[in-house]
Design a protein around this ligand. Structure first.
Ligand SMILES: C[S@@+](CC[C@H](N)C(=O)[O-])C[C@H]1O[C@@H](n2cnc3c(N)ncnc32)[C@H](O)[C@@H]1O
Length: 209
């Protein structure tokens, strides 16, 4: 009995697909918190996406996709979690949603003018396959706008099944920048946003193919 009690108190570390299936209905309640990692630095890039073929990679419930669509971008929202994409669709049925993996994107080479990816890199153990895929699906001269967050400690979530976290991996900003450059991206801009207790640093990179 004691070991059963202990088990129910343990925090499970879940893969993103399973974790976001449980977290999806709560995600939008923290919108201000997610926004705080970017501190409105993405605004000019969102405005610049008007009439452009734009991918939101790891789009989740559409925090950026919806803003991009409102700014006149032709947006495709890619995510591994059908539950997160269902919430996006319930808010804006006109946005095209695609269920798929950031490391193996279901798009042809040179499809997009711009790729945005915010708060998703942190869920990938290795960054190279994802950056490679972004490079491949971008048109020549296309841009990747990447938000790379570092959490000081994992966010502990809770629902009726118990406590859980969604697997996260901190990627040092210098490593992300240098890896992108090795893969032939050039760095157009880099912005560091330092935050409160939970987040050590958030890096915003603007990369050009
Ligand atoms: C913190 S949420 C960010 C959502 C949205 N980009 C935002 O900024 O609000 C991370 C999202 O990445 C997605 N994700 C994690 N790993 C993924 C993978 N390998 N392929 C596709 N999506 C993934 C999750 O399902 C989740 O919706």
């Amino acid at each position: 009995m004691k070991s059963l009690d202990l088990l129910s108190k343990m925090t499970k570390r879940l893969e993103p697909k399973e974790g976001y299936a449980r977290f999806a209905s709560e995600y939008d309640k923290l919108e201000k918190y997610w926004d705080s990692f970017e501190k409105h630095h993405l605004k000019p890039y969102i405005e610049d996406s008007k009439n452009k073929k734009t991918l939101d990679a790891g789009a989740g419930s559409g925090r950026l996709s919806i803003r991009l669509s409102e700014a006149g971008a032709d947006v495709t929202a890619l995510d591994i979690s059908p539950e997160m994409l269902a919430i996006l669709k319930s808010k804006n049925p006109d946005i095209e949603t695609v269920e798929g993996d950031l490391e193996n994107m279901p798009f042809k080479d040179g499809t997009f003018d711009i790729v945005f990816s915010s708060l998703a890199l942190v869920h990938l153990k290795k960054i190279e396959p994802f950056l490679d895929e972004c490079y491949r699906v971008l048109k020549d001269d296309g841009k990747l706008i990447l938000v790379n967050v570092h959490y000081r400690k994992p966010m502990i979530l809770k629902d009726e099944k118990g406590k859980y976290t969604i697997k996260c991996y901190n990627h040092f900003p210098r490593h992300v920048r240098e890896t992108a450059e090795e893969l032939a991206f050039s760095v157009e801009d880099e912005i560091m946003v330092t935050e409160g207790d939970d987040v050590w640093v958030s890096q915003i990179l603007v990369l050009k193919k």
